[in-house]
Write a protein that binds this ligand. Sequence first.
Ligand code: RFL
Ligand code: PHB
Length: 384
Amino acid sequence: MRTQVAIIGAGPAGLLLSRLLSLRGVDSIVVENRSRAHVEARIRAGVLEQGTADLLVEAGVGTRLRADGLRHDGVHLQWPGERRRIDFRALTGRSVWIHGQTEVVKELLAAREEEVHFSVSDTAVHDVTGPTPSVSFVDSSGTPRRITCSIVVGADGFHGVSRESIPAPLRTTWERDYPYAWLGILADVPPSTDELIYAWHPDGFALHSMRSTTRSRLYLQVDPGERIEDWPDDRVWSALATRLGLPGWELRAGPVLDKGITPMRSFVSTPMRHGALFLVGDAAHIVPPTGAKGLNLAVADVAVLAPALAEFFASGRTDLLDGYEERALRRVWRSTHFAWWMTAMLHTSPDPLDRPLQLSQLEYVCSSAAAATSLAENYVGLPH
Ligand code: RFL
Ligand code: PHB
């Protein structure tokens, strides 16, 4: 097979890149090691920055978002006895959109299905610093195949192969594993809140999010060693009711459709480019979910890379490609900081100094226009 851009990974980053390239007349082929059903069913992100939403609409893959997305003009921050609203619209003139990553991926896949090879194995990257870059893999019928191309894009997430194909001595990584995890549930019950609630509580952080007007998504801070079997539904609902509780407000419980525990990590790996190989999204960086930056950052990388690749194929110009890493990393570090900062403000720890510092910070963020604006502009996303 021959194409201009071989893309490894059919997550949001790989699929959106393929879509944006096709709109600019650049050919690509995507290889994905999971099945289509698996990729379409993965429950992940739910908050889109305005810039992410705008890009999806511009790319002609925002039909579901326009029909079903919920515009949120703020979030609630909470600690015992207090629930305060941060008004994004008043502070920044912008909003975020509640729309499941699952829906984004389904619409992108429908637009790119002919170009995606699912259920492949043994994906490997070759000769990205030489004259004949290629990606080899074994297809779903067991046949070895190879894509020769000009550019390889690693959009294969944190556990992919493309980052590791850059020689280890050339790589620098920054990494932190947090001493807590998120237990998340998707529940078939209308949200008990109009906007997201981020709650500090002595038992641990809790988040009330949603996927639609009929589906709630909720999270609890737990120890990373917790086993999901030890969290039957009634224990989860009871912990959520305690941590999100406020006099006069009630949490509606309902059937749990999905339940899982996710570790929390900050991770950045450079370079994001090695010869003809470019990394985008979780393949190069991971943020803890507090602040909802992961998917948005993957989209932001693609928003920089797609026009740079289109320019390269149209005119041979390389300056935009040469500037990709620096431009992408500026946003990566801003979002990495914001996600770390939100995480540090809201998660309880055994260190007794943390509690008064966190409560002081929460009070400050909710009462100072300057501090609230800083949170708001990072949350809604700095301009692309
Ligand atoms: P993905 O989505 O991980 O996609 C990578 C794809 O590559 C495939 N792959 C391979 N394919 C071929 N060969 C190989 N060797 C391969 N190895 C892997 C994988 O199967 C997969 O299909 O990365 P991408 O595209 O960079 O997108 C990143 C986002 O998915 C991620 O940042 C977000 O989901 C993070 N995240 C959230 N981000 C937000 O912006 N807002 C949120 O509210 C939010 N909530 C979340 C999240 C992530 C979560 N989990 C489980 C990681 C909530 C959760 C629970
Ligand atoms: C979600 O709805 O999954 C979600 C929302 C906000 C976050 C993280 C996850 O900060």
